[in-house]
Design a binder for this molecule. Structure first.
Ligand SMILES: Cc1cc2nc3c(=O)[nH]c(=O)nc-3n(C[C@H](O)[C@H](O)[C@H](O)COP(=O)(O)OP(=O)(O)OC[C@H]3O[C@@H](n4cnc5c(N)ncnc54)[C@H](O)[C@@H]3O)c2cc1C
Length: 322
């Protein structure tokens, strides 16, 4: 059995370098713990398989920000009547809009609202820029060009230079967290975000690639060396033994029924800066679960370093409150 500390990695390099399919593959493979199968050419086949199996939440692990210039305001109003929940739209000036979301948002638009001019124009551009993510949705006659609408993708640099009001709504951050199962259970209650989690149904912790053992997160509640810590260690050790015994005759999804909240898990969280502000305010508060607060207090300075104008005030308020 292994006892480890909670940790996080902010994954922003793929975004900054415009590697959207690669970022999606990196996240998707966390579910199956098959990161060792990533190669320079593996993103395309991986994403095709994901689409074929209908595991489309994997396609939420990236952000696309477009600028749309329309011929008339009524074109955009028709779009507003049907705008999906997870699509962000801001008016920049008359007939000029920012439209953003993850690839799944744009796939749902292309599938369900292809009669709209804005959707036709955006889908045409996206199927040209990211064929692996959008080519299966191209109508048999192709996307008809919309001469009256101009769409372009914003570069990562342009996104980062947006005024703060737009930056927090259109810029996202992706974080890879290694925490216990109680923390992930609480995290996924935040509904305006996307998640992918290591699957205890598929991961067989008895295998050599997991070291043949179960990993647990060190509890922040008990001091190492104390009687309580020893009780916790004994419980984890006994649980691991039963789990490994069950694996001899049962599937991982059956054996996992004995695994406790302290079990280590990995989760990818992808959300707009605005939603992260909400999460961090709630989860760094003294009222939050100490295990959750522990990792969020570690995350906050890193976010504040990257986006001081956005997360600096939350960090400063917290410091004042202490
Ligand atoms: C200290 C603490 C104690 C808690 N205790 C419990 C508990 O005992 N039991 C329990 O079940 N949960 C508990 N929770 C979880 C809590 O109830 C929320 O589910 C969780 O914090 C997610 O946050 P949220 O609902 O503000 O918003 P998110 O899901 O992060 O959404 C962000 C915002 O979007 C809006 N929004 C999103 N979805 C909807 C919707 N469907 N309708 C209307 N507005 C929406 C709201 O304005 C919301 O603030 C606790 C959380 C904390 C921080």
């Amino acid at each position: 059995m292994k006892v480890i500390d909670p940790s996080f990695v902010v994954l922003d390099e793929d975004f900054r370098q415009g590697r959207l399919p690669e970022q999606i593959e990196r996240c998707g493979r966390v579910c199956y713990k098959s990161e060792d199968r990533i190669s320079p050419d593996s993103a395309g086949p991986f994403i095709k398989g994901i689409i074929k199996r209908g595991h489309e939440s994997v396609l939420e692990m990236g952000q696309i920000v477009t600028e749309v210039v329309v011929d008339s305001e009524s074109t955009m109003h028709r779009f507003f009547e049907r705008i999906p929940r997870f699509c962000q739209v801001d008016k920049l000036e008359r007939k000029r809009y920012l439209l953003s979301g993850n690839p799944r948002v744009f796939r749902d638009l292309a599938r369900g609202h292809r009669d709209l001019k804005v959707v036709k124009a955006v889908s045409k551009l996206l199927s040209e820029c990211y064929p692996v993510l959008f080519s299966d949705l191209i109508p048999s006659h192709g996307w008809i060009p919309q001469d009256s609408i101009v769409v372009r993708l914003l570069t990562p640099k342009e996104i980062d230079q947006l005024p703060i009001k737009q930056l927090i709504r259109h810029r996202t951050l992706l974080v890879h967290l290694t925490v216990n199962r109680a923390v992930t259970h609480e995290l996924v209650r935040h509904r305006i975000a996307s998640y992918l989690q290591e699957s205890q149904r598929y991961c067989r912790y008895g295998e050599a690639r997991f070291g043949g053992e179960v990993a647990f997160i060190r509890p922040c509640f008990f001091r190492e060396g104390s009687d309580e810590y020893q009780l916790w260690l004994d419980a984890m050790s006994y649980t691991e033994k039963i789990y490994l015994d069950l694996l001899k005759t049962s599937s991982p999804q059956a054996a996992r029924t004995v695994l406790p909240n302290s079990c280590k898990t990995e989760i990818m969280v992808h959300a707009t800066l605005e939603e992260w502000m909400h999460i961090l305010r709630l989860r760094t508060s003294k009222a939050a679960d100490p295990s959750m607060r522990e990792i969020m207090l570690a995350l906050l300075p890193e976010f504040a370093r990257r986006f001081p104008a956005v997360f600096g005030p939350i960090r400063d308020d917290l410091a004042l409150g202490d």
